[in-house]
Design a protein around this ligand. Sequence first.
Ligand code: FES
Length: 574
Amino acid sequence: MTRKAPTELRSHRWFGKEDVRSFGHRSRARQQGFGADDMAGKPVIAILNTWSDANPCHAHFRIRADEVKRGVWQAGGFPMEMPVLSLGETFMKPTTMLYRNLLALEAEEVLRANPVDGAVLLGGCDKTVPALLMGAITMNLPAIFVPAGPMLRGNWRGQVLGSGSDVWKYWAERRAGTLDECSWREMEDGIARSFGTCMTMGTASTMAAAAEALGMTLPGASSIPAADSAHSRMASAAGRRIVEMVWEDMKPRDLVTTEAFENSVTATMALGGSTNAIIHLVAMAGRAGARLDLDRFDALSRRTPFLANIRPSGKFLMEDFFYAGGLPGLLARLKDMLHLDCMTVNGKTLGQNVEGASVFNDEVIAPRDLPIGPEGGVAVLRGNLCPDGAVIKHTAVEPRLRQHAGKAVVFRNYNDLEARIDDPALPVTADSVLVLQDAGPLGAPGMPEWGMLPIPKKLLAQGVRDMVRISDARMSGTSYGACVLHVAPESFVGGPLAFVRDGDVIELDVPARRLTLRVSDEEMARRRADWKPREVNYPRGYGKLFARHVSQADKGCDFDFLEGTAATVEPEIH
Ligand code: FES
């Protein structure tokens, strides 16, 4: 393998020349206490750190950054920690999705503008994973992703609690009047017991696994609980490896090929992963020049068995998944469906990485001949209500609703939903189809996780726990139910969802992948003629930029000016 010479390092342009600018750069490194022995001729490794007090999932990232630095020093590199925007899922409003592309842009520009040869990406809470990877793929410097890792299992009176999933479950019981205030308060204390990401198969766990299957993490990294000492060891190993990757000149686009994305989709489908993965992987593939669209996603989902028995689609949590063999164990059971020759960040192929990996608990990771379900967790729907597609996590749907026709109860936006959903006079039955408009990329804006519409209180009291719900929103990866999401085009831009009215019959047929609005073309044309487009309510600032440039869900919601694989321009140094 050819190795770079120190003079070929990108950072050499900053530190290695004999001119006045280099003098300035070196003297300012001296200001920080680093002598020539510390840094001359060494790869500069950026540690992009999404630590923030406003992001509880990343509370350990200051320590992890130090552990990465330890590895970088050990391998003869020079670490530079660089803080970037932290997208804390719990606190940011209206949704972190509004800011995924902003972090992607920031990651790209921080890497571009600084004397960086390689990068370790510290992310985990939902959007931080695709955002950092999108920026790194575009910048195309050697990079390793270090996932935050899932938090410990939740606990309430000896019962296991899962992030998100059990909040939705017990909130429904609370609204139905079957759970008392004291129990609800106790759950608040017990559901998030350590740093780390949601420990269900939510978007964070899904995207971390997707990154590993893509080849962008060290093998096994995505399953390690955040509080396990193995997580610290993984962080310092990433620090050591990234230095070698710089010398080897191994860059993201050498790894994230169309085949690698197919591995990633296969893994997420076998995991029963979050619907959000579709949007993020399509956006990431767009940055890599890889081919991935909704139809390919659905084809891969159909042929992939659902193996991981993890909430919300299953019974266990990520800690159990780790003990059962983690992602390498799961991938070892899917070998015939993977492109095993795809290269990964550790310099070995995916096939070499999963060679010898075992599963230690068949109840958590099901065997191939006894899968939890015959196909992957996410289905892509087509039909006159979603000409550009919609998705449903059908593994988390009550089976009776997989083929269902019912009358629409339409909410114009989330405020309308909130005002009327529990109105005793709302004309709704268990067979109704709840429809939410104006919840998409532009309508909300930002496409929040509103897609798991609440069940009306009066139906909860009757024992109803699932209904068909349709929106152009996303839903949390920890959510569940017969929720049709990502309807494209969205209602705000005049997609057919905008023209649904109370009482229209909507038919969902998951096996046939159809979503049909039983309204004639003539009537739809009449409704469309009455429709008036509106302006997004962002007269200035980042919101205005977002509204002008974001793409629809089926295209990954990237900004048009960030898409594509055009070569990045190196900064001039004068
Ligand atoms: Fe951070 Fe779920 S809130 S991963």
